[in-house]
Design a protein around this ligand. Structure first.
Ligand code: ADP
Ligand code: MG
Length: 506
């Protein structure tokens, strides 16, 4: 090859090449070398390489090549154009090859480079996106575990269902709430478990959610458990959208207790109002009644009226009955606890048993008393006797001859419970919600005050009355909190103190 051919190869080589002397001054560079720094080839000769591209580390390498006379080859070595830092870090595969003369001295150096910046950058990006992907997967796994923990341990019943309403998945809380297993619920539409009267209550809203017109709704409604009992639920239905499909999440919050409590509050409100009225008028009615009763008694004993003695008795009896009603009425009105004493429920039950037994005998019924050991409570003896008598009275009145009335006492958790169980026909559904409303009675001679008095006394004792009823009979439960003692301790202490004072004065 001629020199000019070599020259051409050098000029058109596919990568930047520079020829340097042993002091690293440019002898010549090819086009690509000049272009790499936006220069012209004529700008190089006569300048030192490190004048244009200062780098102490590279200079060190170059010196070593001259000294050792051995080529140096490196891959993807980073380089920053100190005079043009905007270009950022660039990466180069390069080699520096010493060409020796006949004396074995370095005559020239061939500096040849390949710009691999793009390749390195894309490798870096790939690495980064792999790392991101890894992070994202970890994140997703974490979210999944997190959601699963919430789903499994939530006190709320949670159901996910398809857009047609069919259950996809439900949690343990929901199984417990409705009494059905996951398997029994799978592929069912939860709405079929609604109470028959509530089944259409939210149908429009459900449809609106399913077709995307609204993203959620909230509603209080009733569901039927597997055992047929009712559970009140605050239902929140939410439309959830994933990238490629839609589904619905329903949250079930059991509000049965709250509902029962609300019902009782309404009853107590009614009782309070009536009680206040009663207190106002009862004195006005009682005074003339006492006068009338007195005169009736005087007249009854007169000989002139001896043939009317039965009528007098009837009149006096009716007046006494009216007076009893007024007394009961007045007791509804009071809502402060008074005369509370530490007492055991079993003592009250046992001391009243003979009286209740006599009543059972009158109704041709039997009485069974089953007490078990219970903690002492702060009670107003008279009032609790009244509650027990009223509940037993209702029990006897509900049973045909031959029935057995059971009185039980027992503890359950932090509660002491008094239960009165009869074998009557149960309470009619239409009667249920009016139960405890003063003057509501289904009996010809009933006053409709018995249960009202019970509710009011229970409230004063920080106790709660509930019942179970069915065709085989009704059981009323009066549930006292064991710590009803602490709630009223202060009041009771004051009370005893007052009594002591009075006793000392006497
Ligand atoms: P009264 O006994 O004077 O009717 P209550 O307030 O004691 O008034 O009871 C109200 C109503 O509740 C009764 O008339 C009856 O219909 C119903 N009831 C109460 N207890 C029972 C029971 N154990 N079994 C069936 N019905 C009952
Ligand atoms: Mg009654």
């Amino acid at each position: 090859m001629t020199l000019s051919t070599y020259q051409k190869v050098f000029e058109h080589a596919p990568n930047p090449i520079a020829i340097l002397d042993e002091k690293f001054n440019f002898i010549s560079v090819n086009k690509l070398y000049a272009q790499a720094d936006n220069k012209d080839i004529s700008e190089f000769p006569g300048h030192n390489h490190f004048e244009f591209y200062p780098s102490p580390e590279n200079e060190e390498i170059f010196r070593k090549v001259v000294k050792t006379k051995k080529p140096y080859i490196t891959k993807a070595r980073p380089f920053i154009y100190k005079k043009n830092p905007d270009r950022g870090i660039t990466y180069w595969d390069w080699s520096l090859i010493p060409i020796l003369d006949s004396n074995n001295d370095v005559e020239i150096l061939v500096f040849s480079l390949i710009n691999v910046t793009e390749q390195i950058e894309s490798e870096k990006n790939l690495k980064m996106s792999n790392e991101e992907l890894k992070q994202e997967t970890i994140q997703r796994k974490y979210s999944e575990a997190y959601l699963k923990a919430i789903f499994d341990n939530s006190k709320l019943g949670i159901v996910t269902s398809a857009i047609d309403g069919k259950v996809i998945q439900c949690n343990v809380a929901l199984e417990k709430m409705l009494g059905y297993t996951k398997v029994e619920l799978a592929d069912k539409n939860c709405n079929v478990l609604s109470h028959p009267e509530d089944i259409h209550k939210d149908q429009d809203k459900v449809m609106e959610v399913y077709c995307g017109k609204r993203d959620h709704y909230e509603m209080e409604k009733r569901y039927l458990k597997k055992d047929g009992s009712i559970v009140w639920v605050n239902l929140t239905l939410v439309l959830a959208e994933s990238t490629n499909f839609k589904f619905v999440i329903s949250f079930f919050q059991d509000i049965t207790e709250k509902k029962q409590y609300q019902e009782q509050m309404v009853k107590l409100d009614r009782l309070n109002l009536i009680g206040e009225m009663a207190a106002g008028i009862s004195h006005e009615v009682r005074n003339p009644m006492t006068t009338v009763r007195g005169f009736l008694q005087i007249l009854r004993s007169k000989e002139d009226f001896c043939s009317y003695i039965d009528y007098f008795d009837l009149m006096i009896e009716e007046l006494d009955r009216s007076n009893t009603i007024i007394t009961e009425f007045l007791s509804i009105g009071r809502n402060n606890p008074s005369n509370l004493q530490k007492e055991n429920l079993n003592n009250i039950v046992e001391s009243l048993s003979p009286l209740i037994e006599a009543s059972a005998f009158k109704h041709d019924n039997y009485l069974q008393v089953e007490t078990s050991e219970v903690s002492d409570l702060l009670l107003n003896n008279k009032e609790i006797r009244q509650v027990l008598l009223n509940l037993c009275q209702n029990g006897f009145e509900a049973m045909p001859p031959g029935g057995t009335l059971k009185i039980k006492t027992f503890s359950q958790g932090e509660e002491v419970i008094l239960a009165v169980q009869d074998e009557g026909e149960g309470i009619n559904p239409e009667v249920l919600e009016k139960l405890g409303t003063p003057f509501f009675t289904t009996k010809e001679n009933g006053t409709g005050l018995g249960l009202g008095v019970c509710y009011s006394i229970a409230a004063r004792h920080n106790a709660n009355i509930s019942f179970k009823t069915g065709s085989k009979g009704t059981t009323f439960y009066v549930k006292f909190k064991v710590n009803n003692m602490t709630a009223y301790k202060n009041i009771s202490a004051e009370y005893n103190y007052d009594l002591l004072e009075v006793a000392n004065e006497m």
